[in-house]
Design a protein around this ligand. Structure first.
Ligand code: THG
Length: 265
């Protein structure tokens, strides 16, 4: 499974402070440690604070220490554009997080995706909000796919995020999500992604719920996850599940993780 490291997010109070203070060493340390722990992408979010200049600084600061591709995480097209403009090297490697069927995102974010042919996360969300049922989310996925297809976008680069809602709000929110994962892949053959941690909102011992939810999502063939790669237990689950699900030939990655003492039982 593809790992998108979530730590460089201004919603985390310590990280917000690092960004505000322009603490280059602390940010670069978080970037390097996530990559060392197995992150395939680094998510960058500066929504809390002076978003656009902070995005410019964060992209520059992170790219000084790693070549791992970036995931630009913002609801603001202007912040995404600033991130893209600042990235050095191949802009078509940037994962745009995110597009949705909200009118302003279609008008402002879609052109950026198409201009640079970036991979993109598509949220099952429109101007009416997040639909309650799996059927409605699948219908929104279909509309998003049609929209991208009409614009000759390579659908292999699309990751649909069916958006997790807390189990504490409805005890069927996880099973509804699994249905979305299954049906989106069966009907459209596109990739899926999730930010996971919303599932445990308002439940005790959140890490247990997040970790077991991740395992189940992997069994339902989810392709990517936005998570904390510095959490040894969740990364142990990722590596072990890939091994069990036939995605780790000869157990090469599992054994490598074992030898580097990354596995936590
Ligand atoms: N979908 C998409 N993008 C998203 C989300 C999503 N971006 C934002 C968010 N959800 C995913 N990112 C985060 C970032 C940080 C935390 C949670 C989600 C967080 N981190 C704590 C920390 O690092 O201190 C705790 C981490 C832990 O449990 O170990 O809370 O759903 N497309």
């Amino acid at each position: 499974m593809l790992i998108i490291g979530e730590k460089l997010n201004s919603s985390i109070p310590t990280v917000r402070q690092f960004i505000t203070e322009k603490n280059t060493a602390a940010i670069q340390d978080l970037a390097k440690r996530q990559v060392a722990a197995g992150a395939d992408y680094l998510d960058l979010n500066t929504a809390q604070g002076d978003e656009i200049p902070n995005m410019e600084w964060l992209v520059q600061t992170v790219q000084e220490v790693t070549d791992v591709p970036l995931c630009i995480d913002s609801t603001s097209a202007a912040a995404i554009k600033k991130g893209l403009d600042t990235v050095r090297g191949d802009k078509s490697r940037v994962l745009i997080n995110s597009l949705s069927l909200e009118k302003n995102r279609i008008e402002e974010v879609l052109p950026l995706v198409l201009e640079h042919r970036c991979p993109v996360i598509g949220l099952t969300l429109d101007d009416n909000g997040i639909p309650k049922t799996a059927e409605e989310r699948i219908a929104l996925s279909e509309r998003l796919i049609e929209l991208l297809n009409q614009n000759n976008y390579d659908l292999d680069r699309l990751y649909i995020d069916p958006l997790v809602l807390p189990l504490a709000v409805n005890h069927l929110n996880a099973t509804m999500f699994f249905k979305c994962l299954t049906e989106i892949k069966r009907l459209f053959q596109v990739k899926t992604v999730s930010g996971l941690s919303n599932i445990s909102y308002n439940s005790p011992k959140r890490k247990i719920v997040n970790r077991h939810f991740l395992t189940l999502c992997m069994a339902f063939d989810m392709d990517a996850a936005i998570l904390d790669p510095l959490d040894r237990k969740i990364m142990t689950s990722v590596v072990t599940n890939d091994f069990l699900l036939g995605k780790d030939r000869f157990g090469k990655k599992y054994l490598k993780a074992y030898r580097s003492e990354a596995l936590d039982d």
